[in-house]
Design a protein around this ligand. Structure first.
Ligand code: HEC
Ligand code: HEC
Length: 406
């Protein structure tokens, strides 16, 4: 299925509805109510209508940041614009590259001033469906709140906005391109150039990064049974088996947990320790990177992280919150052993014996062929339409597309 987006126009009271009845998105209801109380035509505001992959639920968008095509258009430029960092060297896209499914290929990320982060850059595949953001931060509930983390982070610095807000906003203000884009995106505001609006526009753009046309999707949702190899199909059955248990934590349409959409009833938030470390034989994870524990200081939260989506996982190496596993083969070996053994050095310890490890991580035995089947299944989650989608690519033309894209 094609990932086309289509739009409906609301011009003052007149509603030229080109949505084809996809109704119910918070943006259209929010906007039609403004339209009905306003008798003079307001500036054009084009409300976004989802054109979702087959089988995908409708996203739930925060009330305080409805999606419009103008905000998406602005957000796309900001996401890729190096002027977004105090050093003029990095934007969101510096750590989230489309040709790597919006990751950066590094073990752990580097901020604009050279500061080292402790975490691996996450994929932005389908983040609109997350109920929580980042590897282990239960307080981050919206994409515009999340965007302010890289903007304002100080220890370590990412984009370097703290104490530099006006300087960076002034840069954007004097750029003719942005005068138009900001005014259109925030038409009723006398001063649209604010940090909050930057975050909101970027969040709108990031919400559209939806991937649902992998070989796996073609088999499951589009009846194209030949799209996956027999090996990948056997791998799928293993992935969804009680022997491997993967699907308990990487399940559902998004191969993740902590999901949020129009069909979810409960606020799902799950974090797990999957046995990567066992420092001092006390179940400890390395300092400053202890997952949920860094937020709650509760023993049981030691090493607990969010199970991320496995969509496009082939392109997002290295793996885990600290990038400490280099390949998918090694990820499988880690799970097969029921935790990672680090024999020597400062992180020595047997993760399989971590007392806080999830009871779903127990180890299993796979033949060489079966291992290859699971890997082939994981690779069937790669969505080339997503990776090559020009709607998501660098409007300044600096970032190279993946070699597989025309
Ligand atoms: C210096 C590299 C860097 C920059 C710049 C950066 N990010 Fe990230 N991003 C990361 C890392 C690392 C994580 C994981 C953070 C954590 O868990 O502590 C992340 C996580 C995220 C997530 C959470 C994904 C999920 O599944 O929960 C989103 C969304 C995101 N970034 C969007 C952005 C946006 C938008 C910008 C620009 C405003 C941006 N990032 C700038 C490195 C970066
Ligand atoms: C108990 C829940 C649980 C089970 C079961 C589980 N995982 Fe995970 N998975 C996680 C968590 C949590 C993380 C992140 C852990 C971290 O970074 O410390 C993760 C990370 C991963 C990653 C790296 C993701 C990335 O973006 O870096 C891959 C790949 C993965 N799991 C594959 C699998 C496979 C394959 C199986 C089955 C053999 C499996 N998982 C079973 C919870 C689980």
């Amino acid at each position: 299925m094609k990932q086309l987006f289509h739009f409906c126009l609301y011009l003052g009271m007149l509603s030229l509805n080109a949505c084809g009845g996809g109704g119910g998105d918070s943006a259209s209801s929010a906007n039609s109510s403004t339209a009905s109380t306003n008798s003079t035509p307001t500036p054009t505001k084009t409300v976004f209508s989802w054109q979702l992959p087959t089988g995908f639920p409708e996203p739930r968008i925060p009330d305080d940041n409805p999606i419009t095509t103008e905000k998406i258009a602005l957000g796309k430029y900001l996401f890729y614009d190096n002027r977004l960092s105090i050093t003029n060297t990095q934007a969101c896209a510096g750590c989230h590259l489309q040709n790597k499914a919006f990751t950066d290929g590094l073990k752990t990320a580097i901020g604009s001033t050279g500061d080292a982060l402790v975490r691996n850059s996450m994929s932005l595949t389908n983040v609109v469906y997350n109920s929580r953001f980042n590897w282990a931060n239960p307080q981050l509930k919206t994409l515009h709140a999340q965007a302010k983390v890289p903007m304002f982070a100080e220890f370590p610095v990412e984009l370097g906005w703290s104490n530099n807000e006006q300087k960076i906003l002034d840069r954007l203000r004097v750029e003719p391109l942005y005068k138009d884009l900001f005014t259109k995106a925030f038409p009723n505001e006398t001063e649209p150039f604010t940090e909050g609006n930057v975050a909101k526009a970027i969040a709108n753009f990031v919400s559209t990064l939806i991937s649902g046309n992998s070989s796996y999707d073609q088999v499951i949702y589009q009846q194209k049974t030949a799209a996956m190899s027999d090996s990948a199909k056997r791998g799928r059955d293993l992935f969804f088996s009680e022997r491997l248990e993967c699907f308990h934590c990487h399940g559902g349409f998004n191969f993740s947990q902590s999901v949020n959409h129009q069909g979810t009833v409960f606020d799902e938030i799950e974090y797990h320790n999957n046995g990567l470390y066992n420092l001092e034989n006390k179940g400890l994870y390395p300092m400053n990177n202890r997952g949920l524990w860094d937020v709650t200081f509760i023993n049981e939260d030691m090493g607990r992280f969010r199970a991320p989506t496995l969509r496009n996982i082939e392109l997002t190496a290295p793996y885990m919150h600290d990038g400490s596993i280099a390949t998918l083969e090694e990820v499988l070996e880690h799970y097969a052993r029921g935790g990672r053994l680090i024999e020597s050095g400062e992180f020595a310890g047997d993760g399989a014996k971590n007392p806080y490890k999830s009871n779903l991580i127990n180890g299993f035995v796979l033949t060489t062929d079966e291992k290859q089947d699971v890997i082939n299944f994981l690779k069937s989650l790669t969505d080339w339409e997503f990776i090559c989608n020009r709607n998501f690519s660098d409007p300044f033309g600096n970032q190279p597309m993946h070699a597989k894209c025309q």
